[in-house]
Design a protein around this ligand. Sequence first.
Ligand code: SAH
Length: 380
Amino acid sequence: MTSPATLIGLDRAALKAALAEAGVPDKQLSMRVGQLWNWTYVHGARDFAAMTNLARDFRTLLEERFTLARPDIVTAQVSQDGTRKWLLRTGPGIEFETVYIPEEDRGTLCVSSQVGCTLTCKFCHTGTQKLVRNLTPGEILGQIMIAKDALADWPSTAPDRKVTNIVMMGMGEPLYNFDNVKAALAIAMDGDAIALSRRRVTLSTAGVVPMIPRAGSEIGSGLAISLHAVRDDLRNEIVPINKKYPIGELLDACRSYPGASNARRITFEYVMLKDVNDSIADAKELVRLVKGIPAKINLIPFNAWPGAPYACSDWSQIEKFAEVVNRAGYASPVRTPRGRDIMAACGQLKSESVKERASARQAREALEQVQSGQLARMPN
Ligand code: SAH
């Protein structure tokens, strides 16, 4: 028999199918799905025993077949400024980070979509880690569950929630893992589940242009664009996906993003790299480029990491840059670096995971089978 599977991340239809398969009678299925959904995502139940209003034999059935397991916590760190970072693990070599950033009026969880990344943006630490694989819906949602567990942030319907906002700004490119990100965010934004308003969920992309319209119509969250340069020659160098989808095409996709309005502006992220992209001429060009788009500009002081080839712009230069943007009528908040001391700030996330070569994987799996007694000896 296979070991019990976690139910975290299944949508209602998949949950229904799993229960039917486990022998729950058809007539009861919808009711059972509703009960489980509520216990899991509103109350954050971690085991079936806690579901006290379910019949004992149903709970026993669930216990035999399923779990509500979250990813394993490898490390949990707290920064001097209260930022928290978890390194999570769901299998050999599958490690990823999640960051919680408490502020006075909100608590934002920065969620990863992939282990590693394919984009190789020059200033980003994650970009130095090769893609291992996409995270599953359960692994993406599991990050939210872990944070809510650790912060005692259940039930989801409580008035003073700790996780109030989600940003898909952790490791990876969410639009290269569209289906799984969509499935996880659907549960995060489901009013009968984690119940975060779509206004408080933001997906950030380096510019996977063909997926941007679908993000708007199918996910419906807010959109952030990692722009970082105003000329194609420079953007080609520091955000290499620009060679495929240049600035003009990216901004066209933003202009027609479904649901963008003055009340729901698109955020343009702009990392401040000393003497690279931080001149006043750059600021003026930025304002010219986003003309006609309901936009706000988020200036991000560059966060250093070991071996990074850039320095952060001087504070006085960041202020001058922000002033140009601001005078043109755009909000230009400078993102306060958070959690730098635990390498939790923007662009600092990375795990040790590397993609296993097929031969190494086969050897490890065989060894694990031997250890668990499923195989008498190592295959040749
Ligand atoms: N791949 C997506 C999601 C990552 S979001 C994207 O690119 O949008 C992480 C944000 O932090 C991006 O805007 C990224 O460009 C920015 N970032 C990366 N490295 C950084 C660094 N060293 N300092 C500051 N911001 C950085």
